[in-house]
Design a protein around this ligand. Structure first.
Ligand code: NAD
Ligand code: UD1
Length: 321
């Protein structure tokens, strides 16, 4: 089968591409490398096609879709605070870019598009865990853009018969999540803080909670969603089903590393939701999704990965000096 992975040089995308290559599928990655990195694909570079282009360029997207069976659409600006700072940019990439992907997929007659949606669509709806039947109520431009992507995908199903599945990921973490940007995911930032011995920075009181989900679980959901029967037009929560506060994640990391660091508390971020937790019953039932890697196991694997990455970077620096 031929898969197009937009955003395939990014964190979740490159982990997904690895698994597709391991299975022996043919893969085309479309990525503008705005937050993704070529080094994320270094080990499989000879086995895939890579197109460096933006999803805002319709002709480039059309080219990538040539003879594709499935499209995994992950390219996006993935940060809530970045969308608060620049809502136009987030809309251009996450909404207009997604529309280009859908138009090109429709015209290339692909079998199905799987869209990387987000738990941020739920906003501050008070009930926990979040169930797909709840009315979305996003509170950030990012959340709106991801919900708009779902609506477009479903509408392309109804109007043009394009099969689509939307996966609302809940705070995915793991190897290759970039810790270096102001907008990086919190566990990537906390892991590197603990390995570098610098204080982790918490926005708010640290009692906000997330359903932190190890990346292998999201990868399995991506692949299951391509081929599951009778699920087109549906939205699925993809989480681990639990809920951990930031203060608890810091306590876990202190235990795993043995480091005692003073946490720096700063004012909360605009657009931040307080609590998040997924009801994953529907994904279990209709996709046979089973998040087999627990939060604790995932955090320990992730920390090992950052440790190794840090050691490699140090060795490289030394050999270049
Ligand atoms: P990421 O930033 O590592 O990956 C995004 C990828 O898209 C990068 O490789 C980037 O270079 C690429 N990209 C960005 N703009 C592009 C453009 N205009 N054209 C082509 N490529 C472009 O982030 P991630 O965490 O791997 O997120 C992947 C997807 O999953 C995103 O759609 C994000 O909104 C969604 N998502 C992520 C999480 C999470 O917790 N990480 C949760 C919910 C949803
Ligand atoms: C994350 C994803 C988003 C996804 C959403 C779905 C990233 C960058 N964001 O958003 O793509 O759609 O989950 O569940 O992957 N925080 C700190 N210190 C830091 C960084 C963050 O305290 O150094 C706090 C934030 O203020 C927030 C929490 O940690 O309260 C989580 O932040 P973040 O990792 O950016 O994730 P979300 O905003 O939940």
């Amino acid at each position: 089968m031929r898969y197009v992975v937009t955003g395939g040089a990014g964190f979740i995308g490159s982990n997904t591409v690895d698994e597709l290559v391991r299975r022996g599928d043919s893969v085309v990655v479309l990525d503008d490398l705005s937050s993704g990195k070529e080094e994320n694909l270094a080990e499989i570079r000879g086995k895939i096609s890579f197109i460096k282009a933006s999803i805002t360029d319709l002709e480039a997207v059309r080219k990538a879709m040539h003879e594709a069976d499935y499209v995994l659409h992950l390219a996006a600006r993935a940060s809530v605070p970045r969308s608060v700072k620049d809502p136009l940019e987030t809309n251009r990439i996450n909404v207009e870019g997604t529309l280009n992907v859908l138009v090109a997929a429709r015209d290339a007659k692909v079998k199905r598009v799987v869209f990387a949606a987000s738990s941020s669509a739920y906003g501050e709806t008070p009930t926990l865990p979040k169930v797909e039947t709840m009315r979305p109520d996003p509170i950030s431009p990012y959340g709106v853009s991801k919900y708009a992507g779902e609506l477009y995908a479903q509408t392309f199903g109804r109007v043009y018969g394009l099969e689509n599945v939307c996966l609302r990921y809940f705070n995915i973490f793991g190897p290759r999540q970039d810790p270096s940007s102001l907008y990086s995911g919190v566990l990537a930032k906390f892991c590197s803080a603990f390995l570098e011995g610098t204080p982790p920075v918490v926005f708010g009181d640290g009692e906000q909670s997330r359903d932190f989900t190890y990346v292998d679980n999201a990868v399995s959901a991506n692949l299951l969603a391509c081929e599951a029967p009778n699920v087109s037009g549906k939205v699925f929560n993809i989480g681990a089903g639990g809920r951990v506060t930031l203060n608890q994640t810091i306590a876990h990391l202190a235990k795993l590393t043995g480091a005692k660091l003073e946490t720096k508390y700063e004012p909360p971020r605009e657009g931040d939701i307080r609590d998040s937790q997924a009801d994953i019953a529907q994904a279990r039932e209709l996709l046979s999704y089973d998040p087999s890697v627990t939060f604790e196991e995932g955090l320990s694997r992730t920390l090992d990965w950052y440790r190794e990455a840090q050691a490699k970077a140090l060795a490289k620096q030394k050999s270049e000096a």
